[in-house]
Design a protein around this ligand. Structure first.
Ligand code: ATP
Length: 228
């Protein structure tokens, strides 16, 4: 079943148009990699999906037209965002960050800390005192606390040390394998993306230039639109 349908999505920042027609679909239980070089419109696409910026075109989540809903309602439909730069509440404790996000469902504080034990060991610690990797875990835990139907990770491992990156990829793979979580992930590590993602959509200059199954993504296309 299609969980997220994006069709001819356009968006602008004031006078400057950023998206010119983004198209892709994400099926329930699927991991989709949203790819493209810097500044091509990946974050803008995510912001439009989460109704953080206005956009036009077709935007359907779980059969509902997101464009007719106020943004707070869209979030409650089950979009769990791990934003670029993590954005945890620095002066709140780990527990407070998690509890502040909680919505009813099976991802409770107990289950989240069992799944992400590093957080469980640091519940009383201020978020500001966590390492970058721990803050990313907290951002993931906070998104899970909202009991999302779709988890969106914008720059899942950016700026993190190799060991902690591996841990984040392990976390994403475990969510897919054990919880059947639907996931949209943006990251620059193509090899890791290729391992975990079922499908991909590539954006260049605000437009989808390729989408399909990950296994059908050729080296040529990758080099043309994604490679450095
Ligand atoms: P990156 O990997 O660098 O985050 P991206 O693919 O996520 O890149 P976006 O951040 O979506 O790209 O940016 C798409 C375009 O929109 C860029 O040209 C960018 O300069 C522009 N843009 C992004 N945010 C704003 C903003 N707040 N105001 C004006 N223009 C913006």
């Amino acid at each position: 079943m299609t969980l997220l349908r994006v069709e001819n999505l356009t968006a602008r920042y004031g006078a400057s148009q950023a998206l010119f027609g983004v198209d892709f679909t994400l099926a329930e239980g699927e991991v989709l990699a949203l790819m493209g070089r810097n500044g091509m419109g990946k974050t803008t696409t995510v912001k439009a999906i989460c109704r953080m910026i206005p956009s036009q075109g077709r935007l359907e989540f779980s059969g509902q037209n997101l464009h007719v809903l106020p943004s707070f309602r869209a979030a409650r439909l089950g979009l769990g965002l791990v934003p670029e730069g993590r954005r945890c509440f620095a002066s709140l404790s780990v527990a407070e960050n998690l509890i502040a996000a909680a919505r009813p469902g099976h991802w409770t504080l107990e289950r989240v800390t069992r799944f992400l034990p590093r957080l469980g060991e640091r519940l009383g610690q201020r978020a500001a005192s966590l390492s970058g990797g721990e803050q990313q875990m907290l951002a993931i835990g906070r998104a899970l606390m909202t009991n999302p139907r779709l988890l969106i990770l914008d720059e899942a491992t950016e700026g993190l040390a190799p060991l902690i990156r591996a841990e984040i990829w392990g976390t994403i793979a475990a969510l897919k394998r054990d919880s059947g979580m639907s996931i949209l992930v943006i990251d620059k590590t193509l090899s890791e993306l290729a391992q975990v993602a079922d499908s991909a959509a590539i954006i260049a200059r605000g437009k989808t230039v390729w989408s399909g199954a990950m296994e059908d993504l050729s080296a040529d296309v990758t080099e043309q639109y994604v490679g450095v």
